[in-house]
Design a protein around this ligand. Structure first.
Ligand code: 3H9
Length: 677
């Protein structure tokens, strides 16, 4: 036995079957003491002559959900995981994994060294390491092709998507399905029935299946995997399993795993795993904060935003009352929601009857009075303070006591909006990102007087409808759009100095963003926020807008677009830029890609540091979450604040100083300490 006897793994006996139980809440991760406990208890069960078969199962809500990610990158402690697994596989008595909840990553790898697997129908089995920038590093890539075949193994490892138990059974990953409530007893009976068959070590089974799937997967996912290392490393390991003896395959897997583990992509992806969960936590909130009950939601505005917001709630079975001023706009908005659902149903995402159910709990109305029974009301009208205050003033008279009054504003002062009511404690911002039914980010804006329970409820309902919710403080543009601003300003300045929209965008796309600043502007609408006076031309953007180059919707913006919305560089835009340059007397010069990074991405880090120091974001990792889920910042770069650490805050400060930026004190501090955020 080890010096410190772990209590996270215990053993009990049922006649001739030993049952080894892992109990390491919340997800039974394979922390050092679990590995130690497995080693100790398997040794005990194997040396006990009265034991003829062994069951491995877990307490709590799930089977082992993987290695303990919080141990990664720290000095190793406890027994080596691979060694523990190899000794379980070599057991002289049949070993059965009894699976409920999720058998993920190292959890599934543990189940794979067990000789047999039994699972409840609701269980899910998978190797999601790729989502952490990793690969199954404890034999998963070598054992899976021997159990489910090359096709399924390649798909499972490279996509990371788990399989439901029934599908796992079909593939031979699960040998038997247990009763949903009788796993413990069914597993013992199953193990007893396997005593006669004896052990079935996975490593001794042959790899089967067609290797062609590997190239097919690469082709099919080329866009999705752009810039990522891990999907390709996973496939390389599965391919290796088809040609190398088992132990050599394991060694190859190990080498690839270590490369990923100590690379920056996995560090970034692991950072985001924890950052996303951390974002849900609200600093300084009393522990006993009771959530308000949200049974019915009101949405004001049936435009693109209002419609998209409504869809989130309808999909979770929460009734929505949607309000518009004119019947025509209301009908149009409801029509768009139905069209979107019908399109999803045609792709098989919903059954037709589900669409009817969702539409059945949507109540369109022209009267704000119909919001009287709503527990949460989200205003999603256009960005005008007077209009918003007028609406909130009316809501104050209509909404029931305790209803949360939220604005979907993307930059206006939520505290000022709250002054239109007699209940500022109930007022906050819920800033959804377009398309609101798709984008995962939700900025929950905490006003000066927002009540803790209103804030906590908005965060919780965000999570319930599948959003990643982040708390933001009141400031112009909150977290995301505030950081977008310096990027956009510099992108425009670069045009004046000699860069083209295509060059700036290319640098951003190569960095890993889904699109660059000018592509984004064309998509969102160049005219957003334009003063609407075609005779007042003070910037390149004013000139574009005055000519009706409002972006993709007009087939012309910073780019020209064909009928299929394919962009090409615009001679007219080049001309306009040249005109402005001449007028301003600016010399055109060669702009390097590195300068584009330094002048568009580094200022975002600078702004992030200001946001953090002002307390408008709770923590640097929240800013990262905003950029990953709201703007498509490449997850393998971990968000702008994490990336600043990779890039070097001292290098960032030096470049910003060179370009004449004012440096945020917090960024300066980090640079002096040569640390990240
Ligand atoms: C791996 O296995 C490598 C191997 O190949 C071995 C190589 C040698 N470790 O998500 P939740 C925490 S890589 C540490 O909110 P849910 C999580 O941070 C791993 N902590 O619950 C949170 O903490 P807190 C492969 C973990 O019910 C709490 O547990 N496995 C781990 O919505 C609850 O989590 C994976 O990638 C972990 N592995 O979802 C699976 N997992 O409360 C990752 C969770 O302090 N995990 N925590 O914020 C998941 O996908 C989900 O957590 C799961 C539960 C589906 C299991």
């Amino acid at each position: 036995m080890s010096e410190e006897t772990p209590t996270s793994v215990t053993m009990e006996k049922d006649g001739d079957v030993a049952v080894i139980i892992v109990n390491n809440p919340p997800v039974n991760a394979l922390s050092w003491h679990v590995r130690q406990g497995l080693e100790d208890n398997f040794a005990a069960a194997l040396s006990d002559d009265s034991v003829k078969a062994i069951v491995l199962r877990c307490a709590g809500t799930t089977f082992i959900a993987g290695a303990d990610i919080s141990e990664f990158g720290k000095p190793p402690r406890g027994p080596d995981f691979n060694a523990v697994l190899n000794s379980i596989e070599a057991a002289s008595k049949p070993v059965v994994a009894a699976i409920h909840g999720t058998a993920l990553g190292g959890g599934l790898e543990t189940a794979l060294v067990c000789h047999y697997r039994i699972a409840v129908p609701s269980a899910k089995l998978g190797v999601p390491e790729v989502k952490l920038g990793l690969l199954p590093g404890a034999g998963g890539t070598q054992r899976l092709p021997r159990v489910v075949g090359v096709e399924a193994a390649a798909t499972m490892t490279s996509t990371g998507d788990p399989l439901p138990a029934a599908k796992a059974k079909e593939l031979g990953l699960v040998d038997e399905l247990a009763g949903e409530d009788s796993l413990a007893a069914d597993a013992i009976a199953f193990a007893r029935a396997k005593i006669a068959d004896g052990p079935r070590p996975t490593r001794e089974r042959p790899v089967f299946g067609d290797i062609a799937v590997i190239e097919q997967l690469k082709t099919a996912n080329a866009k999705r995997w752009r810039g990522f290392e891990a999907p390709y490393a996973n496939l390389a390991c599965v391919e290796a399993a088809t040609r190398l003896p088992f132990d050599e395959g394991l060694a190859f897997e190990r080498e690839q795993f270590m490369k990923l583990m100590f690379g920056s992509q996995s560090a970034a992806q692991r950072h985001i795993f924890f950052a996303e969960r951390q974002a849900a936590k609200i600093d300084g909130l009393p522990k006993d904060t009771q959530l308000r009950d949200i049974k019915k939601v009101g949405v004001i505005g049936a435009g693109t935003m209002g419609g998209g917001i409504s869809m989130n709630f309808l999909q979770k079975g929460i009734p929505v009352t949607i309000v518009e001023m004119e019947q025509e706009a209301l009908d149009r908005g409801v029509g768009v929601i139905r069209k979107n659902y019908d399109a999803s149903a045609a792709k098989g995402r919903f059954k037709p009857e589900q669409v009817e159910q969702m539409m059945g709990i949507l109540t369109p109305t022209l009267s704000l009075d119909d919001l009287a029974d709503c527990d949460l009301i989200i205003e999603a009208v256009y960005e005008n303070m007077d209009v918003k205050k007028d609406i909130f003033g009316k809501l104050d008279k209509i909404a029931k006591p305790g209803a949360i009054l939220a604005s979907n504003t993307s930059y206006l002062d939520v505290d000022e909006i709250a002054t239109a009511t007699s209940r500022p404690g109930d007022v906050l911002g819920m800033h959804f990102f377009s398309p609101a039914n798709v984008m995962k980010l939700l900025e929950v804006v905490r006003g000066e007087k927002t009540a803790p329970d209103a804030l906590a409820t908005a965060m919780a309902i965000g999570k319930k409808v599948g959003k990643v919710a982040v708390v933001a403080g009141v400031c112009d543009g909150f977290i995301g759009n505030r950081m977008l601003k310096p990027r956009q300003i510099e992108a425009m300045n670069l045009l004046m100095e000699g860069a083209t929209p295509a060059q700036v965008d290319k640098v951003h796309v190569e960095f890993g963003m889904p699109m660059g600043p000018f592509q984004m502007s064309d998509l969102a609408g160049v005219d957003i926020g334009w003063h609407r006076d075609p005779n007042r031309i003070e910037s390149i953007r004013d000139a574009l807008c005055a000519e009706g180059r409002w972006g993709q919707k007009k087939q012309a913006g910073f780019y020209d677009y064909d009928d299929k919305r394919q962009p090409s560089e615009s001679a007219r835009v080049a001309e306009l830029i040249e005109e402005f340059r001449t007028k301003a007397g600016t010399q055109k010069r060669e702009i390097t890609d590195q300068e584009i990074i330094e002048r568009t991405l580094y200022p975002m880090v600078n702004e992030g540091a200001l946001i953090l120091a002002e307390g408008k974001a709770q923590r640097a990792s929240d800013i990262d979450v905003v950029w990953i889920y709201g703007y498509g910042w490449p997850v393998y770069r971990g968000g702008p604040m994490f990336w600043a650490g990779l890039e070097g805050t001292d290098k960032i400060v030096a470049a910003l100083e060179k370009h004449g930026f004012e440096i945020a004190p917090l960024l300066k501090e980090k640079a002096e300490a040569k640390s990240g955020f």
